[in-house]
Design a protein around this ligand. Structure first.
Ligand code: HEM
Length: 412
């Protein structure tokens, strides 16, 4: 590929190398600023990829979905291991990998099931679950808000939503965590051991969801899977394979992202005591505060890469057909051209962040994520007026998907 514009400098290559080293960077935001200062849209020769770090430019990548998508033969299908790998076969069945018009067809079938009524009806059970988990955590010798609370809430909520039994939560969380680790590993860096783990998770989860969906076809209830079974648009319906993939995609999409936002929200409030005091004093700021947790430390830092399906411009910079383009959501959210004083954590700003993406693949679970995070954080901070950190938390994940590994706290 001959690239004539926006090739990054040696300094830019070093910044990118530091950012995408495996594991999440402790402070990627200063690096994003330096990279954006070179250009909000840069090509890395070392990685053969474009990195987009400006707010408007990241939004543009998402909105130009006809020119920037996955194409007819997405990357996993081109991998020589595709035909033997349940994991590689699963990836392109996830909806962010599917372009229009197929995506429009599927989205029309599944999105209506996420009705406000269905999501809001979960509020009381989320609140009582958070309280019971805190009852146990506060009796423990080393309370950890990640392991004790944040990890347990989203998996339980998604199981409730899908109408799955209590017993599946343990293995469900293992599947979701394994996938969270694997999914952002670039395919060319995916080792055989990682691939084998991915294959195992997909085979087990698909066998499980196959059975559940067959049962829902026989006995539909009031849960989300039954709504998928019933969904019909212009005489069209989802196939069983589509439902199995979607059900497991929800498991993956709902877990680590929500764990990250809940625990990061509490962390940044504790590190900014005046903001915590403000939230306790004005609980009406709860919804705006959730938007700031999402902007300030987004769980999905680097969104799924798009392929230029034709020559296209982003921020006025020409990108040639075939190029791989990575939208860096975490950087867009800290762009000073969009947000005043972007590195200040401020729960009153109610920002229009890009943490749920934008355009045709905009996160369908955003209302559920917002509900869970606001209830969990509100419950924790109001129940413990003297809540404090009890040591520095660790990070987990990758350059693309970021969460806390633990959040040690003192309740009293
Ligand atoms: C804080 C929590 C969450 C974050 C930060 C988040 C983030 C995202 C992002 C960035 C996308 C866009 C992907 C793309 O453009 O390639 C997305 C899509 C999606 N999310 Fe979420 N998500 C969260 C929670 C959830 C939950 C709770 C669910 C389900 C219950 C969910 C289900 C989905 C689905 C199905 C899509 C694909 C939509 C499509 O392709 O049309 N997410 N999410």
């Amino acid at each position: 590929m001959t690239v004539t514009a926006a090739v990054t400098s040696r300094e830019g290559e070093e910044i990118i190398a530091e950012l995408i080293a495996r594991g999440p960077h402790p402070d990627p935001y200063a690096l994003y600023d330096r990279l954006r200062a070179i250009s909000p849209v840069v090509y890395s020769e070392d990685n053969g990829k474009w990195y987009v770090t400006g707010y408007d430019e990241v939004a543009e990548v998402h909105m130009k979905h006809q020119a920037l998508g996955q194409g007819k033969v997405p990357a996993p299908k081109r991998d020589p291991r595709y035909h033997e790998s349940a994991y590689l076969q699963f990836l392109p069945r996830m909806t962010p990998w599917i372009d229009q018009p197929e995506h429009t067809r599927l989205r029309k079938l599944f999105a209506p099931a996420f009705s406000a009524r269905r999501i809001n009806s979960l509020a009381d059970s989320i609140r009582s679950r958070v309280n019971s988990l805190l009852d146990v955590s506060e009796k423990g010798s080393r309370p950890d808000l990640v392991a004790d609370v944040a990890e347990k809430v989203p998996i339980s909520t998604i199981c409730d939503l899908l109408g799955l039994p209590e017993q599946i939560k343990g293995i469900g969380l293992e599947w979701a965590q394994a996938m969270a680790e694997l999914i952002l590993v670039p395919l060319n860096a995916l080792s055989d051991t990682e691939l084998a783990r991915g294959n195992e998770v997909i085979s087990q989860s698909s066998a499980y969801f196959d059975e559940v969906i067959a049962e829902r076809r026989r006995n539909p209830g009031d849960d989300l899977l039954s709504a998928f079974v019933r969904a019909e648009e212009d005489g069209d319906r989802m196939t069983s394979e589509e439902m199995v993939s979607l059900a497991f995609q929800l498991f993956i999409a709902a877990s680590e992202t929500s764990v990250g936002t809940m625990s990061m929200g509490v962390l940044w409030l504790l590190r900014n005591p005046e903001q915590l005091a403000l939230l306790r004093q004005k609980p009406d700021l709860g919804k705006a505060a959730v938007e700031e947790y999402l902007r300030y430390d987004a769980p999905v830092q680097i969104n799924l890469a798009r392929i230029a399906l034709e020559d296209v411009t982003v921020g006025g910079i020409p990108i040639p057909q075939g190029a791989v383009v990575s939208p860096v959501l975490g950087a867009a959210n800290r762009d000073s051209r969009k947000f005043a004083d972007p590195h200040r954590f401020d729960i009153t700003r109610n920002p229009q962040h890009l943490s749920f993406g934008r355009g045709i693949h905009l996160c369908v679970g955003a209302p559920l994520a917002r509900l869970q995070v606001s209830i969990a954080v509100e419950t924790i901070i109001n129940r413990y007026p003297h809540l404090a950190l009890d040591g520095e938390p660790d990070l987990r994940g990758s350059a693309g998907l970021r969460a806390l590994a633990n959040l040690p706290v003192k309740f009293h």
